[in-house]
Design a protein around this ligand. Structure first.
Ligand SMILES: NC(=O)c1ccc[n+]([C@@H]2O[C@H](COP(=O)([O-])OP(=O)(O)OC[C@H]3O[C@@H](n4cnc5c(N)ncnc54)[C@H](O)[C@@H]3O)[C@@H](O)[C@H]2O)c1
Ligand SMILES: [Zn+2]
Length: 384
C-alpha cells in the first residue's frame, strides 16, 4: 500500500516601490525603510554601492555612514562596500565574493542587504543575498533607467554563467525598492536610451496610449530634472509591477514570459557581445526583429511596424548590429538563442509577439527564415 501526504503552501509577499529624490540627504526618510513599526531589535544593515555610483556621487558614502550613529534601531556595518558593477561583473565569482562579505560580517536572516547600483549590480548583490542563509532581505536603490523601471522591482535575481545570461538565479522579492530620480543625472545618454527600450517593449505589448506618449516625447527626455523621464519611469514600473502582482504567475512556473518580448534574441546578443552591448540596446534589436516577424505573420500592419522602428530610432536605439552576422558551423550563432530560451523556459518554446500595438500573443514555433530576412532588411536600411 502506498501513502501520500499533500503539503500545500502559500506565501504572500508584498513590498513598496517608492519614487523619491535625494533620499540619502534625509536620515528620517531612510530610517523608514529599515525599521519596521514596533520593532525592538536592532536591524543590522549592510550597504553595497556600485563603484561608478560612488564615483559619480562622492558624498554618498559619508551620508550613509553618518546615518548610523544617531539612528536608533539600526546597526550599520562599516565600511560601506564599494564594488564593481556592469555586465562584466555580473558573474558567480563576484556573487561568491559578496557572500563571503556577508559571512564575515555575520549577516543573518534578520539583517538587511541594501544595494545601490544599476541593473547588473543589483542582480549580482541580490543573487548573493538570496542564496545566503536561504535568503536575506534586500532593500534596493536602483540607479539606472532600466533598473528603476524594470529590473529593480522584479522578483528575479541572477548572474551569468557558462556564457548564458542569467543561468544561475533564484526568485526572491525585495523588501522595498527606492527609485531615487537624483541618481539619473549622471547617467550617460546611452544608458538613458537603453532604459527606454524596456519602456517601448512594455508599451508595444500592453499599452498603446503609453506608446503614443513615448512617440510624442522623443525630444523631451534628457537626464536629470526631466519630468517626462520620471513620468515614463513611474508608468513603466507600474506596468511591470502590475504584471508581477496580477499575472497569477510571478515566479514563472508556466512557459509564457510575456515581459520577455524581444528577449530571446537580446539575451543571446548580450552574451555574444561580451557585455559590449547594453541590455536595453540588445532588447531594441530584439524588439525590431520580432516586430518584423509579427508583420510578416500579419499580426502588425506595415504602419504599426514602422511606428515601432521609428520610435526605436528616435531614441537612438539600434535595430541591427554586426554581431547578428556571426556564424558557427555555417549557421547564424544568434539563432541558438531560440534553443537557449526554450531551455530556460522549461522545454516548450513560448515567444511573445505584438498583435497590434498595445496587445500581444504567444507563439510556440519560429520560422528562422523570417528572422534571417529581418536581419537582411535591417542591415540594408541601417547602411543607408
Ligand atoms: N532581474 C530582472 O528582472 C531584470 C530585468 C531587466 C534587466 N535585468 C538586468 O539588468 C541589467 C541591465 O541593467 P542596466 O541597464 O542598469 O545596466 P548596468 O547595470 O550595466 O548599468 C549601465 C551602466 O551605467 C553605470 N551606472 C549605474 N548607475 C549610474 C549612475 N547613476 N550614473 C552613472 N552611471 C551609472 C554602470 O556602471 C554601467 O556602466 C542586465 O544584466 C539585465 O539582464 C534584470
Ligand atoms: Zn529586459
Amino acid at each position: 500500500m502506498s501513502r501520500q501526504l499533500k503539503i500545500k503552501i502559500s506565501v504572500p509577499f508584498s513590498f513598496n516601490v517608492i519614487f523619491a529624490r535625494n533620499v540619502f540627504s534625509s536620515r528620517d526618510f531612510l530610517k523608514n525603510f529599515f525599521i519596521s513599526p514596533g520593532s525592538i531589535e536592532k536591524k543590522k544593515v549592510i550597504f553595497f554601492i556600485e563603484d561608478t555610483v560612488a564615483e559619480s556621487f562622492p558624498d554618498i558614502l559619508e551620508k550613509i555612514e553618518s546615518f548610523d550613529s544617531k539612528t536608533k534601531g539600526i546597526e550599520l556595518v562599516h565600511p560601506v562596500f564599494v564594488l564593481p558593477g556592469g555586465e562584466q561583473n555580473k558573474n558567480i565569482k563576484e556573487a561568491v565574493k559578496i557572500c563571503s562579505i556577508l559571512s564575515k560580517n555575520k549577516i543573518c536572516r534578520q539583517s538587511i542587504v541594501a544595494v545601490v547600483g544599476g541593473g547588473a549590480f543589483l542582480d549580482t548583490v541580490c543573487f548573493a543575498a538570496s542564496i545566503s542563509h536561504r535568503g536575506v532581505c534586500q532593500v534596493r536603490f536602483p540607479t539606472t533607467v532600466v533598473s528603476q523601471c524594470d529590473s529593480g522591482l522584479g522578483v528575479k535575481n541572477a548572474v551569468n554563467l557558462f556564457g548564458k545570461k542569467n543561468f544561475a538565479g533564484v526568485f526572491f522579492p525585495p523588501s522595498a525598492v527606492i527609485n531615487d530620480f537624483a541618481f539619473l543625472k549622471t547617467l550617460a545618454p546611452r544608458d538613458i536610451n537603453s532604459g527606454l527600450a524596456e519602456a517601448i517593449k512594455i508599451a508595444v505589448i500592453k499599452d498603446s496610449s503609453f506608446f503614443s506618449y513615448l512617440e510624442k516625447n522623443t525630444e523631451n527626455i534628457r537626464g536629470d530634472n526631466s519630468p517626462i523621464l520620471e513620468k515614463i519611469i513611474v508608468r513603466c514600473a507600474k506596468l511591470h509591477a502590475d504584471h508581477i502582482s496580477d499575472s497569477g504567475d510571478p515566479f514563472e512556473f508556466g512557459n509564457a514570459k510575456p515581459l520577455d518580448f524581444g528577449h530571446w534574441l537580446a539575451h543571446k546578443l548580450e552574451s555574444m557581445s561580451k557585455g559590449k552591448m547594453r541590455h536595453g540596446e540588445a532588447v531594441a534589436v530584439g524588439i525590431a526583429t520580432d516586430s518584423f516577424y509579427a508583420m510578416k505573420k500579419g499580426l502588425l500592419s506595415k504602419g504599426e511596424f514602422e511606428r515601432i522602428i521609428n520610435i526605436l530610432k528616435s531614441y537612438s536605439l539600434p535595430i541591427w548590429t554586426p554581431f547578428l552576422g556571426k556564424k558557427s558551423k555555417g549557421r547564424l550563432s544568434i539563432l541558438d538563442g531560440i534553443a537557449e530560451f526554450r531551455e530556460h523556459l522549461g522545454g516548450k518554446l513560448s515567444i511573445t509577439l505584438p498583435s497590434g500595438i498595445g496587445s500581444k500573443i504567444e507563439i510556440n514555433k519560429i520560422d528562422c527564415k523570417i528572422i534571417e530576412d529581418a536581419f537582411i532588411y535591417f542591415k540594408t536600411i541601417s547602411s543607408k
